[in-house]
Write a protein that binds this ligand. Sequence first.
Ligand SMILES: Nc1ncnc2c1ncn2[C@@H]1O[C@H](COP(=O)(O)OP(=O)(O)O)[C@@H](O)[C@H]1O
Ligand SMILES: CC(C)(COP(=O)(O)O)[C@@H](O)C(=O)NCCC(=O)O
Ligand SMILES: [K+]
Length: 257
Amino acid sequence: MTFLAIDIGNTRLKWAMYEDHRPGAALLAHGAEFLEHIERLAEGAWAGLPAPERMLGCVVAGETARRRVHEQIELMLGWNLEPQWVVPSIAEAGVTNGYDHPSRLGADRWVAMIGARHHMLQLGDARPLITVMVGTAVTVDAMDAQGRFLGGLIIPGHGIMLRALEGGTAGLHVPTGEVRCFPKNTSDALTSGGTYAIAGAVERMYQHLAEHCGAEPMCIMAGGAGWKMSPSMTRPFELINNLIFDGLLVMAEKRWG
Ligand SMILES: Nc1ncnc2c1ncn2[C@@H]1O[C@H](COP(=O)(O)OP(=O)(O)O)[C@@H](O)[C@H]1O
Ligand SMILES: CC(C)(COP(=O)(O)O)[C@@H](O)C(=O)NCCC(=O)O
Ligand SMILES: [K+]
């Protein structure tokens, strides 16, 4: 049962083809395209792939992006797919959704939390869990040890922070700098400020969750820019690059057995 997983973020579309729709299935092919290049998929990266039998995706980049992906799927000769997209619900795959309006939670956050909890339980541990995704925006989501999503933070990603500062000031047009404890030039001050803003938000959520649950949380991090955060984090964490795909595989198995 070849399976196509798709994650459409606000910067890039990520896709992965698996041999089967269950966690641990063999990865056959994968790739990423900036959103402006979605139209290349059918003639480019997807040409020559085995036809997937099922597809599950999550999209936070809007209806137009989703439609453009449907068009690419329709262009694929021999593919006979019914695209399905995740809509966050009240409960799925052992995670319950504490958002005021559950379906308004970003689908990527929902899928990532389901993937993260599945990963933690595979390790034989049931602890409070923080899921951090460092993409266009950064999200820091908290679950208790029972898999209840308690709530989460949304902050600007590195790129948005820098562009906001460049756009709102006269003197902050500078090259990327280094992360320093005590930055002594504008480039380093901006790069360090963005990085520690994110690390600080995660630290604060860690404290909130540890206090709320009375136990030390586990922390799982993902997203295109996750690796940039690694040296600056204050707590132990695990970086899982395929977290969204792992979540989609868990959900696919629940849907299709
Ligand atoms: N190879 C890369 N291509 C694109 N963006 C990258 C890459 N490596 C790191 N990034 C950073 O990651 C962010 C996008 O991450 P990604 O996970 O693709 O975001 P989204 O899911 O929001 O589309 C960008 O802000 C960029 O700064
Ligand atoms: C917070 C997000 C913009 C993150 O998007 P990303 O950085 O992955 O492109 C996305 O999850 C979203 O649009 N969420 C909907 C609002 C919410 O989660 O409350
Ligand atoms: K994302």
